[in-house]
Write a protein that binds this ligand. Structure first.
Ligand code: SF4
Ligand code: ZN
Length: 309
């Protein structure tokens, strides 16, 4: 049996192809935790006394993030963590995820707030999908806008200083390519590892998992025996994003480390365009008062559209 390239003592169980390392379970999970610590410090994501609201869906990435942040937080006694779970209202899917999220929060001693689309907007996602089924937009397009809004409202209520989401490196590179394919390259500025706005109503967002591969996130959960929801959302993913995921996985298979190379290029592109493009000033939505770049926010536009049905 081959030995771990880091500790040289324990048996290796995983070959990290992009670095050539062979890792034992312990060194592997520590490497993921160290990666998260390094990203937090590289992007200066937190202050020592931040109240961090972790967006916990119940899927592997968000549950892992919750476990790792709660471990890191022990070194910062003035910091605190809470969890926010958004219940979009997806029958037969979300209930199990909420239960798993709640069990993990309880195990870690973290307060969990559940906010639902139904209570905030008056509709579940299932109802929205039913009402909009002849439209071009996918369920994810509605869900994404409304979930971001719900998270921001819940984070403000929880007096959180930051919202931490569990986007992985795979999510980041897919999003970058999607922005390009949708003809909106400048959106990349707002979708980086750390987004802060001058508007106090918009809680800053950070992505401490942005340099962790999705594949290694699954492995981390298995190694640590973390329970997460495995069934995918019935509306799962935009078609284009799925194509991108498959294509990038194939590329990584053939050319290990290509995802990291692409990620580094995106960082450089983001830096270059951020210095040339002015931040769009935010105003208050004429209907709901939430921060937005136009006079009526996207969430209210969606709600208007639903009400006119
Ligand atoms: Fe929402 Fe789409 Fe995610 Fe399902 S897959 S929870 S519809 S964004
Ligand atoms: Zn609005």
């Amino acid at each position: 049996m081959l030995k771990c390239s880091i500790c040289k003592r324990r048996n290796a169980f995983y070959v990290r192809r992009y670095s050539g390392e062979r890792l034992c379970r312990k060194c592997f999970s520590e490497s993921i935790e160290n990666k998260v610590r390094a990203v937090i410090s590289k992007y200066n994501m937190f202050k020592f006394d931040d109240r961090i609201a972790v967006a916990v869906s119940g899927g592997k990435d968000s549950i892992n993030l919750l476990h790792i942040l709660s471990k890191i937080e022990k070194d910062y006694p003035k910091a605190s963590i809470c969890a926010i779970t958004v219940d979009e209202g997806i029958r037969g899917y979300r209930d199990e995820a909420i239960k798993i999220a709640a069990e993990n929060c309880e195990m870690l001693g973290i307060d969990q707030t559940v906010v639902s689309f139904k209570e905030i907007y008056g509709y579940t996602l299932d109802e929205i999908v039913e009402k909009t089924k002849h439209k071009d937009l996918t369920p994810c397009a509605y869900c994404g806008v409304l979930r971001r809004r719900a998270l921001n409202i819940a984070a403000r209520k929880a007096a959180a200083d930051k919202i931490a989401t569990a986007h992985t490196l795979d999510d980041e590179i897919q999003t970058f390519l999607l922005n390009l394919f949708h003809g909106d390259p400048f959106r990349t500025i707002r979708s980086g590892p750390k987004f802060t706005s001058k508007n106090p109503k918009l809680t800053p967002r950070v992505k401490p998992f942005c340099e962790v591969l999705e594949r290694e996130s699954v492995l981390y959960a298995y190694v640590k025996g973390i329970n997460f929801q495995e069934t995918p959302c019935p509306y799962a993913g935009e078609a284009l994003r799925n194509d991108m995921r498959i294509y990038l996985n194939r590329l990584e298979e053939k050319h290990p480390s290509i995802k990291y190379t692409l990620y580094r290029s995106i960082e450089k592109i983001r830096e270059a365009i951020a210095s040339r493009v002015e931040e769009t000033p935010l105003q208050s939505c004429r209907i709901c008062g939430e921060p937005t770049t136009s006079s009526i926010c996207q969430a209210c536009r969606i709600l208007n559209e639903l009400e006119s049905k």
